[in-house]
Design a protein around this ligand. Structure first.
Ligand SMILES: Cc1cc2nc3c(=O)[nH]c(=O)nc-3n(C[C@H](O)[C@H](O)[C@H](O)COP(=O)(O)OP(=O)(O)OC[C@H]3O[C@@H](n4cnc5c(N)ncnc54)[C@H](O)[C@@H]3O)c2cc1C
Length: 380
């Protein structure tokens, strides 16, 4: 079988690795350079209990995605020669006022009912865990089994492992359209007019997945949601657990960098860093950890989360072109969902039943009108 993956971000690379492991002849077509879009811009949290806001299929998917990482990460390091720095320090989600405390208490309740590990801490206990935490914190949830990693290294790890397993990656290869006849794709047409043939096509083009012509009948609207990150030169070990509040996150890297995020903006395909974004992220970061105001600022960047109308990933077969699979729309959780997405796409390609129930994530849900989920746009 010959498979073409459109898009060389973390999802395309994870899919290529798993397909190559199945001895599928797989090529990834990336219009720019590998892993330089959302997958480069992310914070790197593998934090199902922070990302999902309610119980249900998406939370279950996130929990399974985290388990997929646990099961896979050593093999990936071995097969790629790249250590993605999968750290085991957990997440601390904090509340600064009564309303946030009530929200966290409710979160702890439904997460416990769903068998997730969560500990409720008062302010003193939270400070003991994170001495640099703000004295204004009232209450916190500790999620000790949530994780983080370096998403840029993880993308490289998938690429290396895929290449070693036989996958091919082509940079500067922009796909314009599917070449179809009789409801099947025989390949794709590139912007330079050339055609690449395939038995199977995987759409992993992130926020641009809707631009590939030939899938209009699937009626899926993909759109970008901008995020901005500030990076500080702190010192290794400055923070053990990653921090969450309703206004921001702080994620340390092993080399001492500290990432502060983020915002959710409707800015089209504009990847600028803005003063409003910087101000919002800086305020939220200093609210979490006041000493950060004295730490050297290093750089800032922005990236585009790939979203769809119900803010859930789109994974599975196209309803209109039978040999096309989607692996797109991972919104704010694509790093976390990458390992599981690769596994599921390989299952589908090989005709196996996927390890998760894909029902709520199948592309065919967009054949009837799907109510648009409003995400909270950050006021910057
Ligand atoms: C600021 C920020 C923070 C985030 N933090 C986290 C986090 O902590 N944890 C988490 O799990 N997720 C996080 N995310 C979300 C995560 O980054 C994304 O969900 C994930 O990177 C999506 O991966 P992707 O491969 O689908 O998309 P991308 O990385 O955007 O890759 C898509 C690729 O497709 C290529 N492409 C597009 N069109 C074509 C075409 N026509 N032909 C060929 N190639 C094409 C693009 O050039 C690009 O390289 C964050 C995102 C942002 C922006």
């Amino acid at each position: 079988m010959k498979a073409l993956v459109i898009g060389g971000g973390i999802i395309g690379a994870a899919v290529a690795w798993r397909l190559a492991c199945e001895r599928v002849a797989v090529a990834v077509l990336e219009r720019g350079r590998l892993g330089q879009e959302a997958s480069w811009a992310a914070g790197g949290l593998i934090a199902p209990q922070g990302e999902a806001d309610r119980p249900g299929p998406f939370f279950d998917l996130c929990m399974k995605a985290k388990q997929a990482f646990d099961a896979l990460v050593e093999r990936l390091v071995r097969e790629s020669g790249v250590d993605p720095e999968y750290d085991k320090y957990g997440v601390l989600y904090v509340a600064f006022n009564e309303e946030e405390r009530e929200e966290l208490k409710a979160r702890a309740r439904w997460q416990r009912e769903a068998n997730a590990v969560v500990e409720e801490l008062d302010a003193r206990e939270a400070l003991r865990l994170v001495p640099s935490l703000s004295r204004a914190v009232l209450h916190a949830l500790h999620m000790p089994t949530n994780r983080r990693l370096d998403n840029r290294k993880l993308t490289q790890a998938y690429v290396n492992a895929a290449v070693r397993a036989g996958a091919e990656f082509r940079e500067g290869a922009c796909v314009d359209a599917l070449v179809t006849s009789g409801g099947r794709a025989s390949g794709v047409r590139l912007r330079d007019g050339s055609v690449a043939e395939a038995d199977l096509v995987i759409i992993a083009a992130g926020a641009w997945s809707g631009e590939i012509r030939g899938l209009e009948g699937d009626s899926i609207r993909f759109f970008p949601v901008r995020g901005q990150i500030l990076c500080f030169d702190a010192r290794p070990g400055i923070l053990a657990p990653s921090l969450f509040s309703t206004r921001g996150i702080l994620v340390p890297r092993r080399d001492g960098r500290l990432l502060a995020g983020s915002v959710f903006e409707d800015a089209g395909y504009n990847k600028s860093v803005t003063l409003g974004g910087i101000r919002h992220v800086a305020q939220a970061a200093c609210e979490l950890m006041p000493a950060l105001s004295q730490v050297a600022f290093r750089e800032a960047w922005a990236g585009l989360r790939p979203a769809t109308d119900d803010l859930m990933p789109v994974i599975g077969p196209s309803p209109t072109v039978s040999n096309v699979l989607y692996a797109s729309g991972h919104f704010r959780s694509g790093i976390m969902l990458s390992a599981l997405t690769g596994e599921v796409i390989a299952d589908l390609a090989m005709g196996r039943k996927p390890v998760v129930d894909l029902g709520p994530f199948l592309p065919e849900r967009y054949r009837s009108p799907v109510p648009r989920q409003r995400f909270k746009i950050t006021e910057v």
